[in-house]
Design a protein around this ligand. Sequence first.
Ligand code: SAH
Length: 339
Amino acid sequence: MIDLKDFEYDELTEYLLSIGEKKFRAEQIFSWLHRGAESYEEMTNLSKATREKLEKETYVSTLKIREKYVSQLDGTVKYLFELPDGNCIESVVMRYHHGLTICISSQVGCRMGCRFCASTIGGLYRCLTAGEILNQVIFAQKDIGERISNIVIMGIGEPLDNFDNIIKFLHNVNHEKGLNIGYRHITLSTCGLVPKIYDLAEENLPITLTISLHAPNNEIRDTIMPVNHKYKIDELIKACKTYYEKTGRRISFEYSLIHGVNDSTENAADLANLIKGMGAHVNLIPVNKVEERDFEKGSKAEINAFREKLEKMGINATIRRELGSDISASCGQLRKKVL
Ligand code: SAH
């Protein structure tokens, strides 16, 4: 059976024509699906015959809310969604002054093996389909009843390890007949799959690309991010520069501060030298403690000193504010608990 949300708009149109439907049906159906319809019955502007025809080969995919937590501190909402095959993924909706931002997953599990990350414990189970990626936005928005205006692909999984489905998802979520979320309101985060960064640059989508760097040199990065054995830091930075030149979009870097591993002021200086001249921004994230791992964050003073060193050397840096700390909103933690 086909999930029509796995089709891009043109593919949907083609499919409908192939089963003898009129072209204008595509707009109707696309719009129903992306507004959160859960069955063809709800699509009241379709004839009964059309609905019956659709039911032969296709279905309307949904996501079940298995658990939901609302932070009493800041209104952050965390969902544990259940997929049709029983697997679970997490999505988090955060309230910012510029609107609601959703953090979505791209895979069930992850095979990148970053040492500090909860999502990779247990490895990769499978990639999400384009429809499953989109459904997180659709059903969170439906549940909350307010428009979600920003997306960060920073949940469970490595989005560039699920490249084709992510591109399809991006086209669909941006489509004016669907959720119509601007590319500039979408951020994709990657641990640094270098060839895929070049592929993404070719797609020429004005999204924001952010790189999970977490180390200023190969020596440190090798010990915390296995992907660095395959793609070394200088190759990664070169890909980032190409991406910036090609798309005109500045890259940002994520840097989780792990006490005693990558958070000295010397590390900050090395980091500044590594990324200077790209107009890049650095997001500093005091590492979240994961039970199975023994990484700790440094003191407030140490974290500030790291930021100040970067600023002094001309690199823009912010320390990420922690949202939803009372509901373990950080990615991977909820799914792991349920497993
Ligand atoms: N695979 C993609 C998407 C995950 S994004 C990527 O690597 O970018 C999630 C971000 O949170 C990444 O920057 C990741 O490195 C970071 N992260 C994961 N576990 C963390 C932890 N325990 N503390 C702080 N940051 C963490």
